[in-house]
Design a binder for this molecule. Structure first.
Ligand code: SF4
Length: 307
């Protein structure tokens, strides 16, 4: 019964999502401005890679970078010296223009060698049974081609900066690789007005890009009891989502994430802040509350082992 109620809530959240409006406020909106799949791949990789922190700041700095790069990123990335010049002086948090130039140059090398980033990733998937290893091999290739190995000192001999390693992390680490899975979701999931369905990869292979919004909602729905945004948490949440649709486990991600952003989930029973939340009927903070009239949280049992 509970699974059915959660499934109904997830479907309702997805149906209620104003995709057009939300896409316009999301980094993926930039990807849809380009017509050529080669440009879309590069813009998606860049947009997902810088997608951490305040979304308005991300969109502003991303827009500035793309204006500098010009209307055809795949053409611009072929002229490597000019690309460095175009992006010189661009800064966003720990990233500098030279970091994103190297990312795009590396990606463009892979496009020229394999035909597309999607073809390269399919090759990595075919070469590694394990998704994590395949993704790590893909990132290794990007770093190698772009000339920014993890932890390398900068070209002027100064100490290593955090930017390059953060821009394209190593999936072998403990992190849940949220930005990489965001990129994969955009490229792999069937075209639905948000995701683009460019790559010939099964959506069933994807893991959920777990950010703070998804993590909070997942805990409140009993998908995980874990406190971190690690790979293990990502797997747990994806497994729970796969129980509703194993062929496309991350199809609720966009709608849930945007609902989380709008709702500013307090992760406790708060009549005002929880008003209008699409998963309130199945939220652990509310599901025993019907008819009690009480706003105090009750102790809940059997939420992924949590008490
Ligand atoms: S009902 Fe409230 S606590 Fe529960 S997920 Fe929604 S906003 Fe968060």
């Amino acid at each position: 019964m509970r699974d059915e109620a959660i499934f109904a809530a997830l479907e309702a959240v997805r149906a209620a999502c104003d995709t057009t409006a939300r896409r316009a406020s999301d980094p993926v909106g930039f990807v849809h401005r380009y017509a050529d799949p080669l440009d879309q791949e590069l813009v998606a990789l860049l947009a997902a890679s810088v997608a951490f922190g305040n979304v308005q700041a991300i969109r502003m700095k991303l827009g500035e970078a793309l204006d500098r790069i010009g209307p055809r990123p795949s053409v611009a990335a072929d002229d490597e010296r000019a690309l460095f010049t175009r992006l010189d002086g661009w800064i966003h948090r720990v990233y500098r223009g030279e970091d994103i130039a190297r990312l795009l140059i590396g990606a463009r090398h892979l496009q020229r060698t394999h035909g597309s980033l999607g073809a390269r990733f399919a090759f990595d998937l075919a070469s590694h049974a394990d998704l994590r290893e395949a993704l790590a091999a893909f990132c290794d290739a990007l770093r190698h081609e772009g000339g920014f190995p993890l932890g390398a000192a900068s070209t002027d001999g100064a100490p290593a900066r955090r930017g390059p390693g953060h821009l394209l992390p190593d999936p072998r680490g403990a992190s849940g690789s949220k930005r990489l899975f965001l990129f994969l979701r955009w490229m792999v999931r069937p075209a639905d007005g948000v995701d683009l369905g460019l790559w010939d990869v099964s959506p069933a292979r994807l893991l959920c890009p777990v950010d703070t919004h998804i993590h909070k909602l997942a805990r409140n729905l009993g998908f995980t009891a874990r406190n971190d945004l690690s790979w293990r948490t990502t797997e747990e949440i994806t497994r729970a989502l796969a129980s509703f649709d194993a062929t496309d486990p991350v199809k609720y991600d966009f709608a849930l994430c945007h609902m989380g952003m709008l709702q500013r989930c307090p992760s406790r029973r708060d009549a005002k802040k929880c008003e209008g939340c699409g998963v309130k009927p199945v939220c652990r903070h509310w599901r025993h509350a019907r008819g009690t009239g009480s706003s105090k949280p009750r102790r809940t049992l059997a939420v992924s082992g949590e008490r």
